[in-house]
Design a protein around this ligand. Sequence first.
Ligand SMILES: [Zn+2]
Length: 158
Amino acid sequence: MLSKTIKSTAKFFANLMSNIFAVVLVGIVGVSTLIAWATGTIDFLLQSITIPTPLWATIVVVLLCCLYTYLKVRQFRTTQKSPNVQEELYEAFGVYWNNQYKLRCLKCKWPLKCASKGQDPSLFWCSNCNTKFALRDPNGNPLTEANAIERLKEVLIG
Ligand SMILES: [Zn+2]
């Protein structure tokens, strides 16, 4: 009877001990896994912060270059749009004139350029719509830009 009690007690303690051992083992494995995972994560974070610095720098530089190009292209497009179509224009001698006596295209109001430098100073052309214009007085005689401005001032003032 006594030996049976001792046996069952010993069995109980043995079970208890193995249970505790199992719990402790699971705990150690679990904690060490957790620590390993945590340190692994920290290592990974440290690596992604420290090692690929040139990579981050490259990405930032490329993004800045893209932004710069985008802004430049946008600026170029806005400057290529019809310049100041809101300005007041006066039609005379076959072209438009603004209040600074600059020549403007009759079709698109773009600034006119001298068509053939040194040859015919009465010919002008629009680089926007590729139209040629000739400065002519009301009688059909060719006018240079300076002559036309002189006549225009006479007309506007007198
Ligand atoms: Zn034009």
